[in-house]
Ligand binder design. Structure first.
Ligand code: GTP
Ligand code: MG
Length: 197
């Protein structure tokens, strides 16, 4: 799929204030600093569309971007960022959870996982919660440019083995790098497929 337009529409703190639309949307979630905003910029090939930072806790709102005037990409705050304090973390978590549970146009959630790390309990718990809630999701390994192919395959295998302990079948898995553009075509093709259903 070609991207010919991508525009920022709205930021807000509450699922009830999200754009009133029936257009399909796809959201990105994962731990703070995992690369959600960078992936949106990579997919749209528009640096600075979503704001990124070397420090975790950059995205603190629900951000809607309209793509090709036909569908939305949604940048969400990260979960599990300790330094925001318990109250702020709880508030963000509620914002994210209610978006995921209540947002009708949400077609698929992309759960981003840092490919450099072994399976992390915070990500596994989140994935388990998605299963309980029956939310459709895919897994996206990020920052694959930062490790060797062997290291990456090793980490991916560990993840798959861990997920197989709970899941009979694995979700779709994408391998990405916002630096090199790896995975862009695959994710956009998948979105196109879902848009057409
Ligand atoms: P929050 O909004 O704080 O939750 O973070 P985020 O998940 O949106 O992460 P963000 O996109 O802001 O990226 C965090 C840092 O990781 C930035 O310094 C990015 O440049 C870097 N980064 C993101 N993706 C990649 C990648 O694929 N490769 C490399 N090398 N760096 C990346
Ligand atoms: Mg962000």
């Amino acid at each position: 799929m070609n991207i010919f337009s991508s525009e920022f529409i709205k930021s807000n703190t509450d699922v009830r204030s999200c754009p009133e639309t029936a257009l399909p949307e796809y959201a990105f979630i994962g731990r703070s600093n995992v690369g959600k905003s960078s992936l949106i910029n990579m997919l749209t090939q528009k640096n600075g569309l979503a704001l990124t930072s070397g420090k975790p806790g950059k995205t603190l709102l629900i951000n809607h971007f309209l793509i090709n005037k036909e569908w939305f990409l949604v940048d969400l705050p990260g979960y599990g960022f300790a330094q925001t304090g318990l109250a702020a973390r709880e508030r963000l978590r509620k914002m994210i959870d209610s978006y995921i549970l209540l947002r009708k146009p949400l077609i698929n959630l992309f759960v981003l996982i840092d490919s450099r790390l072994e399976p992390q309990s915070i990500d596994l718990q989140f994935i388990e919660w998605l299963g309980v809630q029956e939310i459709p999701f895919s897994i996206v390994f990020t920052k694959t440019d930062k490790l060797s192919v062997t290291q990456f395959l090793n980490n991916r295998k560990k993840y798959e083995e861990t997920l197989f302990q709970t899941w009979e079948t694995l979700p779709l898995i994408f391998e990405t790098s916002s630096k090199t553009g790896k995975g862009r075509v695959e994710i956009l093709n998948y979105i196109e497929e879902l848009n057409d259903q």
